[in-house]
Design a protein around this ligand. Structure first.
Ligand code: SF4
Ligand code: MG
Length: 338
């Protein structure tokens, strides 16, 4: 069985007057059917741009330079390479918002203040289903109930500015679900919300995933959120995948020093809000100033001078379902001294 989404060797670059920014630079991972895959990393790691590449939403002067994005929902007999489609063409437009739905960070901004929640939802439904007004409205109320909006009949007439951030995000999720997507891409959907609301939205997304069988590609900088929602984890750093694997493996046996450092910087319960136990020294360099060799070497506590700062290690499997890009896990040559 092919995966639902198979990203291979994806490169999304921005050609600016100052030079080329390799925002996504050789990224490969898959989204299996019915699973939640979290892409995690600090700001500037290319996680959002990876998601935008899938959707054909890369803004000028950026473009996909290389790689494939094979998309294979059960409604299609053969997979289609989304990277090969015209980003502004009708084919990709039909996939976007039809087979693949999106939820972003700012629900208030994504909803129109001019139309009621019910009107926006009903319109989204009628765009995808051949339903009359009354039937579409009925389905809208059903969807609002499904995303946990209380008294959905009344909320149909509400405007986004009359709702809390959490309620707006629920409404956005309802709109995303209107087309029965095979994949939901959620880019930091809880980042703008308070912690309690964040937890409720995470629970909701998990329930909806289990209920519908859709897959979710969840973009976040927050490992606490990853622990709550992910089946599979892809850790990105400066446009590359540092490490990927099942969530339990990543949390219990992180193999890349960057993953270890990220985990070390997660505030523990009871440590006080926002209090970090350790921090990763240094900042993420701008993607246009990627260090030679392993891009993490200036911040890595295991870096080997003369090795890590010259050659970039390849991404290698360390288990059937895990891959790591670090010299500490380079494949051992047969017969070489350990
Ligand atoms: Fe650290 Fe070297 Fe591994 Fe990069 S390759 S993460 S610098 S040990
Ligand atoms: Mg982002």
């Amino acid at each position: 069985q092919t995966p639902l989404l198979d990203i291979a060797g994806l490169k999304t670059h921005f050609h600016t007057r100052e030079g080329t920014v390799r925002a996504v630079d050789g990224v490969s991972f898959t989204v299996p059917r019915g699973k939640i895959v979290c892409v995690v990393g600090e700001s500037g790691c290319g996680k959002s741009m990876t998601a935008r590449s899938v959707l054909g939403l890369v803004d000028e002067p950026g473009r996909i330079e290389a790689g494939t994005i094979h998309w294979h929902p059960s409604s299609r007999e053969h997979p289609v390479d989304l990277a090969a489609l015209d980003p502004t063409g009708p084919e990709l437009r039909a996939v976007r918002g039809g087979e693949i739905a999106m939820v972003f960070q700012e629900p208030m901004a994504a909803l129109s203040p001019m139309y009621s929640i019910g009107d926006q939802l009903t319109e989204a439904i009628r765009l995808h289903l051949p339903l009359g007004r009354a039937a579409a409205r009925e389905r809208a109320v059903h969807l609002l109930r499904k995303v946990g909006i209380p008294r959905p009949e009344e909320r149909m007439d509400a405007y986004s500015f009359q709702l809390s951030g959490g309620m707006c995000q629920r409404a956005m999720i309802a709109i995303a679900l209107a087309c029965d997507p095979a994949l939901l891409i959620a880019d930091e959907p809880t980042t703008a919300l308070d912690v309690t609301t964040q937890a409720r939205i995470i629970d909701l997304l998990r329930e909806l995933q289990a209920d519908t069988g859709m897959s979710v590609l969840f973009i976040t900088h927050d490992l606490g959120v990853v622990a709550e929602i992910a089946d599979e984890v892809v850790v990105m750093y400066l446009g590359r995948v540092a490490e990927q694997g099942p969530v339990d493996a990543i949390f219990h046996d992180p193999q890349h020093p960057y993953t270890r450092a990220l985990l070390g910087s997660v505030p523990r319960m009871g440590a006080g809000t926002g209090q970090r136990l350790t921090t990763i020294p240094g900042n993420v360099p701008h993607p246009s100033e990627r260090p030679a060799g392993c891009p993490f070497h200036p911040r890595c506590d295991r870096a080997r001078p003369g090795l890590c700062d010259t050659a970039e290690p390849p991404e290698v499997p360390t288990a059937p379902d895990r891959r790591v890009r670090c010299v500490l896990h380079a494949p051992r040559t047969e017969g070489a001294p350990a």
